[in-house]
Design a protein around this ligand. Structure first.
Ligand SMILES: O=C(O)[C@H]1O[C@H](OP(=O)(O)OP(=O)(O)OC[C@H]2O[C@@H](n3ccc(=O)[nH]c3=O)[C@H](O)[C@@H]2O)[C@H](O)[C@@H](O)[C@@H]1O
Length: 492
């Protein structure tokens, strides 16, 4: 090592040597005093560390009790509004997490499930909503509760995308009186217990591993949620629930895969999925057929077409494009191999919610029983829930640019072979015929609602444009840095 390159370690060692050979009382006194100081401060440091650790453990237990116990907690959670209802759920959370898992939370837990499951209107239905803290699940749960139906949610709050957004949705549900059980759909004993406690007339099964492209990264997650999880829900609905509920569940427009006939109709072939995600949804449709055939379970599959809106999924393009535009980061746009823009039949959440409720209301009863006998054939249905007007993704970005008043930094690349399909387009005539499904929200109107929520939720200092796009200079830096940082780091 060259002599000029003296490191900090070298210097410290040199200092210690000099001290060791130095003589005189002053030096000794200074060394003794500094030794005491070091010892006192290390005690202080130790105590502070212990206190901080205890505080962190306490906070962690409050927010993530499920990790500390195999629990089915009803919790308000999240950083969002605490109301009296949220507070009462929180106290229940505390008692249930300390009870044994075999009792599934005990008497208070069961009482809360019954309360949440009870319809408040005559003729109301009682619905178990899986994936209730998800995007579509939250909106459907709110709509069902608002019209007087009973709703109990179930969600495992996984970290596929920012769990704090799921907790915030849960807090919102809690303020409206919807309890959300913190557990996985593969937990059969818990599902059985839920049906023992509450006589659900319907299951709205929305819990799934979503995302088309992520399937290449985590294939097993799709099998666990979309295949094993679906079987778990159908098993309990068919063989344990008494009476059997009707099941409505989320399939996907992606089942059309490489289909080129447009608009996509339920009669078109769906045997050429382009992604593992699509394949697991297609498998789900086949599994649904089996449970309907053998056990007389009433099952309705809904093929959602790129659903978007407030409280949406941060892993979806419209959401992370908005984030990138605000942050001044590049957005990558896929172009089909023939040079055309990718197009999607973007469907606004309120339209999809109407479709889900329509499907629940017309589901028809299951005909089987716990004994395994069925009294006759039960309904088996599948419907497209799309918007019927595909829009190029470049147009979606242009609308976001206009609303956010800032130009996107666009990079256009040929669509990678990652499971994506170049276009989707729904024919919704069956849903229109059977439950009056009529989407009414244009992409412009729907994205405006999304951006309103997005800016408010993340406390961004962005003025939403009323007219044409403004220059980037019109956007002031976000005041609440923490919230802005949260949106930028939301998982995708
Ligand atoms: O309709 C469906 O069945 C599916 O809709 C969405 O899947 P997708 O339409 O691929 O939605 P996004 O991931 O938001 O992509 C929307 C469009 O943006 C494009 N895109 C995506 C990502 C990107 O970086 N760049 C880009 O141009 C895609 O090619 C696609 O055309 C959901 O993510 C699926 O869970 C759902 O099942």
């Amino acid at each position: 090592m060259p002599s000029s390159g003296i490191t900090a370690v070298d210097a410290a060692a040199k200092g210690m040597k000099l001290e060791r050979y130095a003589s005189g009382g002053a030096l000794l006194l200074r060394r003794a005093t500094s030794a005491k100081l070091v010892s006192a401060s290390s005690h202080l440091l130790f105590r502070a560390t212990v206190l901080a650790t205890l505080a962190l453990v306490f906070l962690f237990t409050l927010h993530y009790p499920s990790l500390l116990s195999r629990s089915f907690n009803l919790s308000a959670g999240g950083a969002h509004p605490s109301s009296s209802s949220a507070a009462s759920h929180r106290s229940l959370l505390m008692s249930s997490s300390s009870s044994s898992s075999a009792s599934y939370g005990g008497a208070a837990w069961e009482k809360e499930i019954r309360r949440s499951a009870r319809p408040s209107r005559d003729g109301g239905i009682s619905v178990l909503v899986t994936g209730a803290a998800g995007f579509v699940g939250t909106h459907c749960s709110l709509a069902l509760k608002a019209r007087g139906d009973g709703v109990v949610g179930l969600d495992n709050f996984n970290s596929y995308y920012d769990p704090s957004l799921k907790r915030a949705r849960q807090a919102l549900l809690s303020t409206r009186g919807v309890a959300v059980v913190d557990a996985d759909i593969n937990d059969t004993p818990l599902l059985e217990k839920l049906f023992d406690v509450a006589a659900f007339t319907h299951v709205l099964h929305l819990a799934a591993q979503a995302g088309v492209r992520y399937a290449m990264e985590a294939p097993q997650a799709y099998v666990a949620s979309n295949v094993a999880g679906l079987v778990s829900v159908l098993e309990v609905a068919a063989k344990h629930a008494d009476p059997q509920p009707a099941v409505v569940w989320a399939s996907s427009s992606s089942v059309y895969g490489l289909n080129t006939d447009a608009p996509f109709s339920e009669e078109h072939r769906t045997d050429r999925p382009a992604s593992l995600y699509a394949a697991t949804k297609k498998a789900g449709e086949a599994i649904a057929h089996t449970y309907n055939h053998i056990y007389g379970l009433s099952v309705t599959g809904l093929r959602f077409f790129t659903v978007y809106g407030p409280w949406g999924r941060p892993d979806m393009a419209y959401f992370f494009f908005a984030r990138s535009i605000v942050a001044g980061e590049p957005v990558t746009l896929f172009r089909a191999a023939d040079g055309s823009d990718a197009r999607r039949d973007f469907t606004y959440i309120d339209d999809v919610v109407k479709g889900c409720l329509g499907a629940l209301d017309t589901a028809g009863k299951s005909t089987g029983s716990r004994s395994g006998k069925k009294s006759g054939p039960a309904p088996l249905r599948v419907y497209n829930l799309g918007n019927t007007s595909p829009v190029p993704v470049t147009r979606m970005v242009a609308i976001l640019e206009k609303l956010l008043g800032k130009k996107a930094n666009k990079r256009i690349v040929t669509m990678p072979s990652n499971g994506d399909v170049p276009f989707t387009h729904a024919n919704v005539s069956h849903a229109a015929r059977d439950f009056g499904y009529r989407p009414t929200t244009s992409l412009e109107a729907g994205l405006r609602h999304f951006v309103d929520w997005f800016v408010q939720y993340y406390k961004l200092d962005v003025k939403i444009a009323k007219g044409g796009a403004r220059s980037a200079a019109d956007i002031k830096p976000a005041k609440k840095k923490k919230a802005a940082a949260a949106v930028m780091s939301a998982s995708s």
